[in-house]
Design a protein around this ligand. Structure first.
Ligand SMILES: *Cc1c(COP(=O)(O)O)cnc(C)c1O
Length: 407
């Protein structure tokens, strides 16, 4: 029996060399030269106007929503089908996470966003599930619609300046994805990547905020975020060393959110060969799964490429036509017993105790449930061998034959 883990972070010689370089040659552990170099690389591959590395997606999004002036009572629209982090980050700021249903491609329904907008709506957080970009043009058409703009009540200086609902992309999966030839990270007002261990590029834990807010100074926004993520302090440890001046001010009621250099060096080694090697390798794995499963009527291939969208192939979200949640679970049991690690993306938030207790009900999100009950995510990561991929394919096909056809 072959063992195929569901996910493995890429720790190759380039990563080891870069981390060693940080340890041996820079004498620097917290935010410093490696973070700066990593931010430059992210800027290069996304064309975002400003980039700030942070210690998680959660910190990045919290910082951005603090800048936007989110307060208790505000409403933020999110998809019902995402990792719970999307909702929890909103809820921990005291705002209400307004969940709406998704489409067959797993992504938030623009029609459902429209029906959910109220005078309290301050932000929309589309999630590029599996790395497949959302319908950004349609979302921006919506927030720019005069009738919807008239509904918007600005309650902070920044909200007054933009004078419409903010679009903040949860791009945790989509670094390297394209929408109409534009890069993820430059598709929304603000986009936040995650560099958690399972993501396409990782720093162990980490994230990045990409700024593209029209009509406002993005370097001013970055400056605010940079103070805010150091407890509101005007000078970082590096600034103090470089200027030799110890005096600083605290200018905002900030938090902790900066990325350490030791983490950035891991991501730096990966991002340098991301578009040339790492992303193409992911796409090859994705294509190998596709060409194997497309022969089967029961297999619903995950969305990944259209004339205008190109996925970053973060997840391989296979769906099995017309099976029940119970049958899906049986298939997972079958492949797990045979050494193949798989997952389900995602258990809908409205099925978890926390959200149920707050009144969310899965019956309100039928497409979300349908996507969930038929979904199995297969291993996809750099370093997966052709033999392993083929073993996964055979095992899934056998699972369907043994568990579904003959039951
Ligand atoms: C991983 C993930 C996050 C959270 O990222 P952290 O860096 O762990 O905070 C948020 N949204 C989605 C869709 C994710 O998959």
């Amino acid at each position: 029996m072959m063992k195929v883990p569901f996910c493995l972070p890429l720790i190759d010689q380039d990563v080891i060399n870069e981390v060693n370089d940080a340890l041996i040659n820079t004498g620097w552990l917290t935010t410093g030269p490696k973070v700066q170099a990593f931010e430059e690389e992210i800027k290069k591959i996304t064309s975002a106007r400003e980039v700030l590395c942070v210690n998680s997606w959660n910190s990045g999004t919290t910082l951005a929503l603090k800048w936007w002036g989110i307060k208790p009572g505000d409403e933020i629209i999110i998809p019902a089908y995402t990792y719970s982090a999307t909702a929890l980050t909103v809820m921990n700021l005291g705002a209400k996470a307004v969940m709406v249903d998704v489409e067959d491609d797993f992504n938030i329904s623009v029609q459902k966003i429209k029906s959910a907008i109220t005078a309290k709506t301050k932000c929309i957080i589309p999630v590029d599930i599996g790395g497949y970009p959302c319908d950004y043009d349609e979302i921006f058409e919506l927030v720019e619609d005069p009738a919807i703009k008239r509904l918007f009540i600005p309650e902070s200086e920044n909200q007054e300046r933009l004078n419409r609902i903010l679009v903040l992309a949860d791009s945790a999966h989509s670094i390297g994805a394209l929408y109409k030839k534009r890069h993820s990270g430059a598709l929304a007002d603000i986009s936040v990547f995650s560099f958690h261990s399972v993501k396409n590029i990782t720093t162990g834990e980490g994230g990045a905020v990409c700024l593209n807010v029209p009509g406002l100074s993005n370097s001013d926004i970055k400056a605010f975020l940079k103070h805010f993520y150091l407890y509101g302090q005007t000078k970082s440890a590096l600034d103090k060393t470089r200027t030799g001046s110890w005096r600083y001010d605290i200018v905002s009621q900030g938090m902790k959110g900066n990325m350490p250099d030791i983490c950035a060096s891991i991501g730096l080694a990966q991002i340098r060969k991301y578009t040339t090697d790492l992303l193409p390798e992911r796409k090859e794995i994705f294509a190998r799964y596709n060409s194997a499963f497309q022969k089967f009527e029961w297999a619903v291939l995950p969305p990944h490429e259209t004339d205008i969208k190109k996925s970053s192939c973060h997840l391989y979200m296979l769906r099995i036509r017309s099976i029940s949640e119970y049958q899906r679970d049986k298939m997972i049991e079958y492949v797990s017993k045979r050494g193949v690690g798989v997952g389900v993306h995602y258990i809908p938030m409205a099925m978890f105790s926390l959200f149920k207790n707050k009144g969310y009900n899965i019956k309100d999100y039928p497409n979300t449930f349908q996507n969930y009950e038929r979904e199995i995510s297969l291993p996809i990561y750099n370093g997966l061998t052709v033999d392993q991929i083929d073993y996964v394919i055979d095992t899934v096909i056998n699972a369907y034959t043994d568990v579904i056809s003959y039951s």
